[in-house]
Design a protein around this ligand. Structure first.
Ligand SMILES: Cc1cc2nc3c(=O)[nH]c(=O)nc-3n(C[C@H](O)[C@H](O)[C@H](O)COP(=O)(O)OP(=O)(O)OC[C@H]3O[C@@H](n4cnc5c(N)ncnc54)[C@H](O)[C@@H]3O)c2cc1C
Ligand code: SF4
Length: 552
C-alpha cells in the first residue's frame, strides 16, 4: 500500500551502520535544532513511526491526517537525501511504546526530544523508565519552564506578565528596558474592521508530488469515515512548501497583520493571518526563525508587536500552562475529573453513528467552572444553523481545517459558551476540526480561554459578546437573515449568560460594567433572554436551522 514512498525511501536511505539513533515523533520534523542538528548526517539515524490507531483515536479532519502523514514522509525522504539513515515503521496494536521497545532492542537506546503532546509523554513514560528512550529537552521551544516560573510564580497566571518578562530578557522591541513605541501592547490599535481593502491575500497553492498524492489516496481509502474536505492543493508537505508559505506570509500578510488582526469576513478564512500554525506545531517552521525574520522586516510597529505577541507570548504561554496543570487535571486547590475515553466532539450526533474510541483511561480534563454541560449542536459539523457568522466559519473549518483566531474565539467558542456547551466537548471538536490542534495548544485555548472552563486561571475574563461586537468586527451580519440590532439571538444569549452566571463571575473585574447592566434589565427582558436560550438550544440540538419568524 505504501509502496511508492517505501521504494523512494529504500533508494535514498544510506547504510545503517554506526549511527546515533534518534526517535523523531510526528511533530518534531526539524534538523535545525536538537539532536539532529548536532552531528553530521552520516553519523545519524532516525526512527519514525506511522500509527494508524493514533489517527483513529478521534474523528480528525482528513486534511489534518494528511498534513501530519505527508509532512512526516517527506521529512523522512529529505533526511535520507542528506545522508541520514532512516528507519520507518508502522506501529501495531501496542502503539508507539511497543514499536519503540522493539526498535531499541535492535538499534540500542534511542534519543528523543521531549514530546510536546501530553498524550505521547504519557504513553512513553514506561519506555523511558526502562531506558529504551533517552529524553533530552525539546529544543524547538523558545522558553524554559524556569522562565515561565520566574514570570508567573503563582496562579492566576497572566500572559502579559510572561510576555513582558520575555521581551525584556530577549531585548525584543525593547530599548533600555522600555518597550519601543512606549507601550507593551498594540492590541488597542489593532481592531480595524476590514471592508475589502486592502485585498485579502489569496492563500498559497501547492502542487502535491507523488509522495503526497499517495498519502491523499491513503487517507481517502483508509480513513473514509473521517470528516472534512481533503485538498492537496492547500497542503504544504515538503520543506520547500514550508519555506514558500513563510515567504508568502512575510510578503502578503505581515504588512497588514496588526491593524486587521481582529477582523472577520465571509470572504476570507484567514484575512491577513499567516496560516503558519500547522507547520509551526510540526516544527517544519521554527518559531525562533519566524521571530528573527519578522523583527528584521520593515513593518509597522503594530504589526511587528502583534505577531511577536502571538508567537512568543500566547503560543509559549499556552504550552506552559498546559504543562503545569497537567492538561488542566491538576488545578490549584482541586483535581478536575478526566473523561475515561477520548470524546468525539459531537461526531456521533451529527453522523448518526458512533465513533469507536479506545478505552485507554484518558480522554482529557472535564474542568467546567461554569458547570456548562450542554451537547455541542450539529451546526458545528455543518448542519445549517441560520446564523450567518456561525455557518460561514463552520464552512471554512470543514473545507480547510482552518480559520483564524478571532473567528475561533468570538464566533465558535463565544457561541458555544453562550449556550453552556460542555468545555470538554467543545475542546474535542476543535481538536478534531483544526489542522493545527494538539493537546498542549488546543486544550488551553478552548478548555480555558474559549470556555472559561478553568475560570480566571489563565485569562482575565470569559470572551463572550453579543451581536454588536460581531457586527462591528465583521461583514457577517450584512448577509444574515437576522438583524444584529433587532432580533439576533446572540444579544439575548449574551445577557442571559451574564445573568445565569452572575455569581460565578462577580469577582471578574473586567465584567463589572456588563454585570451592572444585566442587573438593571427588566424581568420581562430577562424572561425573554431565557426563552431565546431554550429556543436556540432545542432547535439546534434537533439539527434544525433557526428562523427569524420563530424568535420568541
Ligand atoms: C478557541 C481557540 C482554539 C485554538 N486552537 C488552536 C490549536 O488547536 N492550535 C493552534 O496552533 N492554535 C490554536 N489557537 C490559537 C490561534 O487561534 C491559532 O494559532 C491561529 O489562529 C493560527 O492561525 P495563523 O497561523 O494564521 O495565526 P496568526 O494569527 O498568523 O498568528 C501567528 C502564530 O501565533 C501563534 N498563536 C497565536 N495565538 C495563539 C494562541 N492563543 N495559542 C497558541 N498559539 C498562538 C500561532 O502559532 C500562530 O500560527 C486557538 C485559539 C482559540 C481561541
Ligand atoms: S446578525 Fe447575529 S447571527 Fe447573524 S451574522 Fe450577525 S451576529 Fe451572527
Amino acid at each position: 500500500v505504501t509502496s511508492h514512498f517505501l521504494r523512494a525511501l529504500a533508494q535514498r536511505t544510506p547504510a545503517r551502520r554506526d549511527r546515533r539513533w534518534i526517535y523523531v515523533p510526528y511533530d518534531q520534523l526539524t534538523d535545525q535544532c536538537g539532536p539532529l542538528a548536532e552531528l553530521p548526517p552520516e553519523e545519524l539515524g532516525i526512527v519514525m513511526l506511522e500509527n494508524p490507531a493514533k489517527a483513529r483515536r478521534r474523528p480528525y479532519h482528513k486534511q489534518k491526517l494528511a498534513m501530519v502523514l505527508a509532512n512526516g514522509r517527506q521529512f523522512a525522504l529529505e533526511q535520507a537525501a542528506r545522508g541520514v539513515a532512516v528507519r520507518w515503521s508502522v506501529a501495531g496494536a501496542d502503539g508507539y511504546a511497543g514499536a519503540l521497545r522493539r526498535l531499541a532492542r535492535e538499534l540500542g537506546p534511542l534519543t528523543m526530544m521531549e514530546a510536546a503532546e501530553r498524550e505521547l509523554r504519557r504513553e512513553l513514560t514506561p519506555v523511558i523508565a526502562e531506558g529504551a528512550l533517552l529524553v533530552v529537552p525539546h529544543a524547538g521551544w523558545l522558553t524554559s519552564d524556569e522562565e515561565f516560573q520566574a514570570a508567573c510564580p503563582a496562579p492566576p497566571w497572566r500572559m502579559d506578565a510572561f510576555y513582558r518578562a520575555l521581551r525584556k530578557r530577549r531585548g525584543w522591541l525593547v530599548e533600555k528596558g522600555k518597550p519601543l513605541g512606549g507601550k507593551w501592547s498594540h492590541d488597542a490599535d489593532n481592531r480595524k474592521r476590514w471592508r475589502g481593502e486592502p485585498p485579502a491575500p489569496t492563500p498559497l497553492r501547492f502542487e502535491p508530488d507523488a509522495i503526497t498524492r499517495e498519502v491523499l489516496a491513503l487517507i481517502e481509502r483508509e480513513f473514509a469515515a473521517h470528516p472534512g474536505v481533503l485538498d492537496g492543493t492547500s497542503l504544504p508537505s515538503t520543506a520547500v512548501d514550508a519555506a514558500r508559505l513563510w515567504s508568502w506570509a512575510k510578503a502578503e500578510c505581515l504588512p497588514q497583520f496588526g491593524p486587521y488582526e481582529d477582523a472577520m469576513s465571509v470572504h476570507s478564512s484567514g484575512l491577513f493571518h499567516t496560516r503558519v500554525s500547522a507547520l509551526l506545531n510540526l516544527q517544519r517552521l521554527s518559531a525562533q526563525r519566524l521571530i528573527d525574520d519578522a523583527l528584521s522586516l520593515p513593518l509597522a510597529l503594530s504589526s511587528k508587536e502583534g505577531f511577536l505577541r502571538q508567537i512568543a507570548g500566547w503560543r509559549e504561554y499556552m504550552r506552559h500552562v498546559h504543562r503545569v496543570t497537567d492538561g488542566f487535571r491538576a488545578l490549584p486547590g482541586e483535581d478536575a475529573p478526566a473523561l475515561a475515553t477520548p470524546g468525539d466532539g459531537g461526531y456521533a450526533r451529527w453522523a448518526e453513528r458512533s465513533w469507536p474510541t479506545a478505552g485507554d483511561g484518558d480522554g482529557g480534563s472535564q474542568v467546567s467552572r461554569l458547570d456548562a454541560a450542554q451537547p455541542l449542536p450539529p451546526a458545528y459539523w455543518g448542519r445549517e444553523s441560520g446564523l450567518r457568522c456561525l455557518d460561514s466559519v463552520v464552512e471554512q473549518v470543514w473545507s480547510e481545517g482552518y480559520s483564524h483566531h478571532i473567528t475561533r474565539l468570538m464566533v465558535l467558542a463565544n457561541f458555544a459558551m453562550l449556550l453552556d456547551v460542555s468545555p470538554r466537548e467543545l475542546t474535542d471538536w476543535f481538536w478534531v476540526a483544526y489542522v493545527d490542534a494538539y493537546d498542549w495548544v488546543v486544550e488551553p485555548n478552548v478548555l480555558a480561554m474559549g470556555s472559561f472552563g478553568a475560570g480566571d486561571l489563565i485569562t482575565t475574563k470569559p470572551y463572550v459578546a453579543g451581536a454588536a461586537y460581531i457586527d462591528r468586527m465583521s461583514d457577517f451580519c450584512k448577509s444574515c437573515r437576522f438583524d444584529p440590532r433587532k432580533n439576533c439571538p446572540f444579544t439575548p444569549l449574551y445577557w442571559g449568560f451574564l445573568d445565569r452566571h452572575r455569581e460565578a463571575l462577580q469577582n471578574v473585574a473586567r465584567l463589572d460594567m456588563p454585570l451592572r447592566s444585566v442587573s438593571a434589565r427588566s424581568a420581562t427582558l430577562r424572561a425573554r433572554d431565557l426563552r431565546v436560550l431554550r429556543w436556540v438550544q432545542q432547535t439546534l440540538t434537533a439539527g434544525r436551522a433557526l428562523r427569524v419568524e420563530d424568535s420568541p
